[in-house]
Design a protein around this ligand. Structure first.
Ligand code: FAQ
Length: 311
């Protein structure tokens, strides 16, 4: 019977039908979605920290307002994604517990420090740029709630990408010191951004299943290449140098050929040993503790309301 159900499920996927929360689905499909969506949500929430670090130091009121709005957007994306994961039968508290216990991952990119104002430009341009490249295909993911969440998220990310690029453009048209600051930020963020797309296809354990289920529409290496092809001309327009001596345009394939990625660094960062892992987790745990009284008060209030209605 299960074999029949499985076959019918795959037929729906192949026909590009959307799977909705109450539909039958294989346990492995549910598990992979909970894993990916919850890690995506955690990334948005932890991802508030590197940029949040600069809200009080933004160089003008206009920059401060835009940055504040961007960081709030990331929080909204996180909450939206937790809600999408909850439709798969997992409680938000459980997902947060997994993050705090170090059992659930979040994107490697948020374990790097934001040292100068140019880093805020580089994050918008490159990190949000990479996020969009990865998330546009997720708008066509087979799981309805995740796909729909991505449509709105992508619209906001595209605004974030532009505000980041505009910060870079301003710096690059400014003084020599400002341009140097922009170059330094690109030097530090370029390689970690390429790692955002995940391990090379040869080492990606989930790609095959996720492709069959149409959760993934492109492999990690395909999206990484698309990102490089889109971003290198943007760096050149800024007058900046991409920190890859092997980078060259390949006429035959129409792609930018890139040098080797340091996968040992990637492994270290996802194992918890990146430059800011400990700091990010410590901050997240502290915030959870600081907010405990709010959740308790909300629960007590809900209980009181319930008993009042019963009486
Ligand atoms: N960092 O077999 P695969 C944002 C893990 S954007 C950490 O290839 P899969 C917006 C992977 O989970 C960032 N871990 O896995 C923003 C798996 O481990 P597991 C978030 C990584 O799932 C901007 C293992 O390696 N975006 O937040 C990373 O098929 C600015 C094997 O990998 C998303 O999460 C990594 N970079 O492909 C916010 C997008 N890469 O779970 C604030 C949705 C891989 O078995 C400011 N996710 N791993 O323990 C995806 O598209 C996929 O999950 C991939 C990985 C492509 C990330």
């Amino acid at each position: 019977e299960d074999a029949d159900k499985l076959q019918a499920f795959q037929a729906r996927i192949d026909a590009e039908e959307r799977i909705e929360p109450n539909d039958w689905m294989p346990e492995a499909y549910r598990k992979t979605l909970v894993r990916q969506i919850s890690q995506h949500a955690h990334s948005e929430i932890i991802g508030m920290q590197p940029e949040g670090n600069w809200i009080t130091r933004a160089p003008s009121l206009r920059r401060k307002a835009a940055l504040l709005a961007k960081v709030q957007d990331e929080c909204g994306h996180g909450l939206y994604l937790y809600a999408a994961a909850e439709t798969l039968g997992v409680a938000r508290e459980e997902m947060v517990d997994q993050l705090l216990a170090g059992k659930a991952k979040y994107s490697s990119i948020f374990n790097y420090p934001t040292l100068t104002w140019a880093d805020i430009g580089a994050i918008g341009w490159l990190v949000d740029g990479a996020a969009i490249m990865n998330q546009i295909p997720l708008c066509r993911c087979s799981y309805g709630p995740y796909a729909r969440a991505m449509i709105r998220v992508c619209k906001e990310e595209s605004f974030h990408q532009r505000q980041g690029y505009e910060i870079m453009l301003t710096l690059c048209r400014g003084s020599a010191a400002q341009k140097e600051m922009a170059q330094d930020a690109l030097n530090r963020w370029w390689w970690p951004c390429l790692m955002m797309f995940g391990p090379p296809d040869s080492a990606s354990q989930h790609t095959d299943a996720s492709t069959k289920w149409k959760i993934k529409r492109f492999t990690n290496d395909e999206l990484r290449q698309k990102f490089i092809d889109a971003t290198v001309p943007q760096a050149h327009f800024l007058g900046l140098t991409v920190p890859d001596p092997e980078l060259r345009y390949d006429e035959a394939s129409g792609h930018w050929h890139h040098g080797a990625i340091d996968w040992d660094e990637f492994k270290q960062v996802i194992a918890g040993n990146g430059p800011c892992n400990a700091q990010r987790m410590e901050r997240r745990r502290q915030t959870e503790e600081d907010g405990a009284w709010v959740r308790e008060a909300a629960r007590a209030f809900a209980e009181k309301e319930k008993s009042r209605h019963r009486a």
